[in-house]
Design a binder for this molecule. Structure first.
Ligand code: NDP
Length: 479
């Protein structure tokens, strides 16, 4: 049998993608550096479809119908380059190498350009949803040429998660577009999780509630606008009891959040593109703060009484819970608006022509940030593809307006009681800056002109100006 597609790299992700393809009727060629992994897959799951295993890369390549789509699912970084090099020598013009690993979009752009020179297609595809998604339906964000998508698209759309009959996969755009969008997806995931964590912390310390009680609050929220996978599993994790100690699971876990780097990439890229993704940045920094045990410990000792109002309790518990819910929703709108701004900025910078509404559509299933909310984002971009920010789409204006007073109360309570809520606070500050009549940026321009003659523009006439600060303070027009 000739395989329709190949997968090399059969650790948990590659193995599950291969099984998913086979279960959908595509004969799959299999290869892994260590052949035992290939053999194990065939032994354990050979009855799920047609697998064509090969020990050598050459036989693997020969076992696939041309143009050959070959998925690489190996460790990101150097291993990916090594496998690409090995494959490229064995392939024929028009064949398609697909990197489904978590590559940086700049690496994907570099690889795509190099392989294009050799007459090969290179597709950087973001795959979200972890192991479970890879097996049962991930959200897939493939970049690369339209021509490669013509071959690959039907297969990827078949194995992707389906929501209301629509696959969670679409052609994102050329070269690095897919990995870029996957990166921002992960950044939004960071922000979403941080906001959830802050909401939990506010409820925990504001109400003095136990994790199991808060689990019920989240379960309740999951029945409304906030309905999402992350809210659902928050209820699950908070309700869990540690078998060893009988304590709430969340109380026995070390409070130092780790990261693999996609949040950092999202923020670094946003800085380069000049997009203020404050929510994602706060989320990334909050993980970083949590990890600095060597500073947290002495700081705790130096400020033993900083929680002056730690026994603060709301007068009306239900009203406080509703305030936190609304603040969470409004902050989440900001985080997503900023993430979509970054996608739009990347798309413009690299001429990818990414359709933001389509990204919201393919995130509705299979991925970590899947949520009811994404339908609202898609509708906003459908109604106005040139939306300057999601925050001005009518639905979101209404949602933010409805939550605004709650949002302010919650941020004020966090500040008063000493509960750290950096993402709540900074998203509110971002919102207030965006909607302000005048910003103190005018003063900053004045300072820059004073110390560095950096010039400024005026509200009342065209041109750039400089004041002779060290002299008689006359104003000169510079351009
Ligand atoms: P790992 O990242 O653990 O990588 C292991 C695989 O890489 C094995 O098949 C291994 O082969 C192969 N490999 C490592 N180095 C080389 C090399 N130099 N040459 C050839 N093969 C090599 O596997 P995962 O399945 O966890 O992840 C694969 C990719 O998917 C990664 O890029 C990851 O970032 C990404 N990803 C992972 C997710 C997850 O939830 N795990 C979610 C989304 C994306 P061998 O068996 O011979 O050691």
């Amino acid at each position: 049998t000739q395989a329709r597609i190949g997968v090399t790299g059969l650790a948990v992700m590659g193995r599950n993608l291969a099984r998913n393809l086979a279960r959908h009727g595509y004969p799959v060629a299999l290869h892994n550096r260590t052949h035992a992994r290939t053999q194990r897959l065939v032994e354990e799951h050979g009855d799920e479809g047609t697998f064509v295993p090969s020990e050598s890369m050459r036989d693997f390549v020969q076992s696939i119908e041309r143009p050959r789509p070959i998925i690489i699912m190996v460790k990101a970084g150097e291993p990916t380059d090594a496998v690409i090099d090995e494959l490229a020598d064995l392939l024929d013009e028009g064949d398609i190498i697909i990197d489904c690993g978590n590559a940086h979009f700049a690496d994907t752009r570099r690889r795509e350009a190099a392989l294009r020179e050799k007459g090969l297609h290179f597709v950087g595809a973001g795959v979200s949803g972890g192991e479970e998604g890879a097996l049962n339906g991930p959200s897939i964000m493939p970049g690369g040429s339209a021509e490669s998508y013509a071959t690959l698209g039907p297969m990827f759309e078949a194995i992707a998660a389906q929501v209301d009959g629509t696959p969670c996969c679409t052609h994102v755009g050329p070269d690095g577009a897919g990995h870029f969008v996957k990166m921002v997806h992960n950044g939004i995931e960071y922000a979403d999780m941080q906001l959830i964590a802050e909401a939990y912390d506010l409820l925990r310390h504001g109400l003095g509630a136990e994790p199991a009680q808060i689990a019920r609050i989240f379960a309740d929220w999951n029945a409304g606008d906030l309905e999402s996978y992350l809210i659902e599993i928050t209820a699950d994790v908070l309700a869990h009891t540690d078998a060893d100690t009988g304590r709430a699971f969340v109380d026995v876990v070390l409070d130092e959040a780790e990261q693999k780097g996609t949040g950092r990439w999202t923020v670094q890229t946003a800085l380069d593109l000049g997009v203020p993704v404050t929510g994602i940045a706060e989320a990334t920094f909050a993980r970083s703060v949590s990890g600095h045990a060597e500073q947290r410990e002495p700081a705790r000792a130096a400020y033993p009484d900083a929680h002056a109002e730690s026994d603060w309790r709301p007068d009306d518990v239900d009203a406080f819970v509703e305030d936190v819910r609304r603040a969470l929703y409004a902050s989440k709108v900001v985080a997503y608006a900023q993430g979509f701004d970054e996608i739009q900025a990347g798309s413009k910078e690299y001429a990818w022509d990414v359709d933001p509404g389509a990204m919201a559509t393919i995130w509705r299933g299979g991925c970590i940030i899947r949520a009811r909310f994404l339908d609202r984002i898609r509708e906003a971009y459908d109604a106005d593809p040139d939306l300057p920010t999601l925050l001005v789409a009518p639905y979101f204006v209404e949602a933010v307006q409805a939550g605004l007073e709650s949002w302010r109360r919650v941020v004020a309570i966090a500040a008063r009681t000493g509960i750290p809520a950096p993402a709540f606070a900074s998203s509110l500050a971002y919102f207030d800056a965006l909607r302000a009549d005048r910003l103190p940026a005018a003063l900053i321009q004045g300072l820059r002109d004073d110390f560095g003659a950096h010039t400024y523009r005026r509200v009342d006439k065209e041109g750039t100006f400089h004041t002779l600060w060290g002299g008689d303070r006359t104003e000169e027009q510079q351009g």
